[in-house]
Design a protein around this ligand. Structure first.
Ligand code: SF4
Length: 238
């Protein structure tokens, strides 16, 4: 039986790594549907780090409300770092889960170092940069990859819930892979120059058609999707 939450509907032992040519065809189909999104890196790593923490378990709208609350309450990140947790919590309350995120933000800002300078990450070796970021309290691979992509346009494919669901159904990584394994597989399969586009279009597809209850009958990827081929066609109306 197919899961509505993810997975390709195949057994782990039946999975075979897709060829780069096949991944290229998926990229092209997604591009036909959603275009080729352009990344505009903003070069503000601490902004991105905090914004990504604020995005955990909430919508983009709530994340933006919380971020606006922080930046309108405090003059800079040093002031946030020195503020009482209760004041940070108050500033980000509109975004939800403020009692969990406020102490996390404060601890992360303290761990960055007295100078609060992350610009060195832009030119650091990729493994060193990821290791530093994931060494910060509460910062996982997805958050670290988001900082790399949105701050400097470094090639990463952060695995969020949409990327995991759509990528799993398309068989881009093993059924029930950990998010770390999925991340590694995607990076190995996708040309670095296409990684931002691939990431953004998988998310878009996950929101528009490949939802938890997918609309496979409307999807141009169906013929190359193991999961989609297993979904019965809807009966004709009437
Ligand atoms: S056919 Fe399309 S909508 Fe259906 S599971 Fe595959 S990618 Fe998702």
């Amino acid at each position: 039986m197919l899961s509505f939450l993810g997975g390709s509907g195949m057994r782990r032992s039946d999975w075979k790594r897709p060829s780069r040519a096949r991944v290229g065809r998926i990229r092209d189909r997604l591009r036909e549907m959603y275009g080729r999104p352009l990344n505009l890196p903003h070069r503000e790593p601490i902004d991105e780090l905090v914004r990504t923490i604020l995005s955990q378990a909430t919508s983009d709208l709530n994340r933006d409300r919380a971020f606006a609350g922080l930046t309108s309450t405090f003059p800079d990140w040093e002031a946030v770092r020195e503020a009482p947790v209760a004041a940070i919590e108050e500033a980000i309350r509109p975004g939800g889960l403020s009692n969990q995120k406020a102490p996390r933000i404060k601890v992360v800002l303290k761990e960055i170092g007295e100078e609060m300078d992350l610009d060195w990450l832009e030119t650091a070796d990729r493994d060193e940069a990821m290791s530093f970021l994931t060494g910060l309290p509460g910062v996982g691979r997805k958050t670290a990859a988001c900082v790399q992509v949105f701050t400097w346009d470094r090639p990463e494919i952060p695995v969020d819930v949409h990327v995991y669901r759509v990528g799993g159904r398309l068989g881009l990584f093993r059924p029930k892979a950990s998010s770390e394994e999925a991340h590694d597989e995607l990076l190995a399969l996708v040309d670095p120059g296409d990684s931002y586009e691939f990431h953004m279009n998988l998310i878009r597809h996950g929101r528009e058609l490949c939802r938890p209850l997918p609309l496979c009958g409307e999807c141009v990827l169906r013929r190359m999707c193991h999961y989609g081929r297993g979904v019965p066609a809807r009966p004709a109306p009437g």
